[in-house]
Write a protein that binds this ligand. Structure first.
Ligand SMILES: Cc1cc2nc3c(=O)[nH]c(=O)nc-3n(C[C@H](O)[C@H](O)[C@H](O)COP(=O)(O)OP(=O)(O)OC[C@H]3O[C@@H](n4cnc5c(N)ncnc54)[C@H](O)[C@@H]3O)c2cc1C
Length: 325
């Protein structure tokens, strides 16, 4: 009956957002007076997995098949389904991300489960199983009641603050008989994004738009990002013009991020851009046009020329860090 949660890792290191998912599963398990089983797929050291106990998992099921080091939607779904059936899980948690989108709907079909994508709250079990979720690219919320016996919930990353607890999880091997079609794609080569802070995982992001005028001015964005320990991002026209690589493009047709701080420099704030960033906890907008639509979504706004403001902001951050060593 335990709550099952799918855990993601990068080359054996469990992702922070998966700790969030485990903690979320633990919250649901507490509501239901049951325990949490985390499912880990691929090559991960035991020590890394037992640490999931610090976020509320009692048990880890480990499918050690090295083919699972790469995302294979069908194989992942088969493993999640097998684990859910073994544990008798009625609630299954994944993240609302690339992996979750490839896996959760398949699991929901296999288990005839209701699915909530983009979950932002713990279920309210007073009158059913009501979960708050994001809709219309974050412009509104919906409250959905999941009435099926088995429920699949895709949690939005960066929704809850992590809080460690005392605990360690036991690790158990799980063998899954994958069908012929489970690994329909062979990964030939992986080209990794270079950069100090991966954008998808970043808590702080400095992002530039067409207002930066050209790639020659990107040093200003990078200097501020470096001082803050932030990742860099950009608007779509910037990537389309090859000022910045496409993996930095955020928005409706790019990445969706939910950092704690998003600093938007020289970006107008078109709805398609906002779709990728409006889940950010704090938004700072720097734009020379006081009428720029982005100011409506901003927590703090600075009206002025980015070329003047960015160096001053970077110097201020540097000074602040020196004074708070
Ligand atoms: C189907 C579709 C999907 C799309 N998907 C995306 C998407 O995923 N992501 C995305 O970003 N866009 C997307 N777009 C494009 C989107 O509609 C906007 O055109 C785009 O976001 C604008 O980029 P921008 O803000 O960088 O440029 P602009 O709209 O040109 O804005 C530049 C801003 O910089 C300011 N500025 C200029 N000079 C300075 C200065 N010196 N200092 C400070 N501020 C300055 C200006 O006042 C202006 O507000 C999509 C469009 C369509 C139709």
């Amino acid at each position: 009956m335990s709550v099952l949660v799918l855990v993601e890792h990068t080359e054996g290191t469990i992702k922070k957002k998966s700790f969030e998912a485990v903690q979320y599963a633990a919250g649901i398990a507490k509501q239901q007076n049951t325990s949490v089983t985390a499912l880990v797929l691929g090559t991960v050291a035991d020590g890394e997995m037992t640490a999931l106990g610090q976020y509320g998992a009692q048990k880890v099921l480990h499918v050690a098949d090295a083919r699972l080091n790469e995302l294979h939607g069908r194989a992942y779904a088969a493993a999640v389904t097998a684990a859910a059936q073994k544990e008798g899980s009625k609630v299954i948690v994944t993240l609302n991300d690339v992996n979750g989108r490839a896996v959760a709907p398949r699991v929901a079909v296999k288990l005839q489960a209701g699915l909530v994508a983009g979950a932002l709250s713990y279920p309210d079990t007073e009158k059913g199983f009501v979960v708050k979720k994001t809709v219309f690219s974050g412009k509104a919320f919906a409250f959905v009641d999941v009435t099926s016996p088995v429920k699949v919930i895709m949690l939005m990353p960066n929704t809850f603050q992590l809080q460690k607890v005392d605990g360690t999880a036991t690790v158990e091997k799980l063998d899954v008989a994958f069908g012929d079609k489970a690994f329909g794609v062979t990964v030939k080569e992986v080209n990794k994004v270079k950069g100090e802070v991966p954008l998808a995982e970043a808590e702080l992001v400095v992002s530039g738009g067409r207002g930066m005028k050209g790639p020659e001015n990107w040093g200003l964005i990078e200097d501020l990002a470096k001082e803050l320990g932030a990742a860099t991002a950009c608007s779509r026209p910037v990537a389309d013009s090859h000022w910045r690589p496409h993996h930095e493009h955020v928005g409706q047709t790019g990445g969706t991020i939910r950092p704690n701080l998003y600093i938007a420099v020289g970006i107008s704030g078109a709805i398609q851009h906002l779709a990728g960033v409006n889940g950010s906890k704090t938004i700072v907008v720097i734009n020379k046009d006081p009428e720029a639509p982005f100011f409506k979504a901003a927590t703090y706004g600075v009206v002025g020329d980015a070329m003047e403001i960015l160096p001053r902001l970077t110097t201020a951050v540097k000074k602040f860090k020196e004074n708070h060593k």
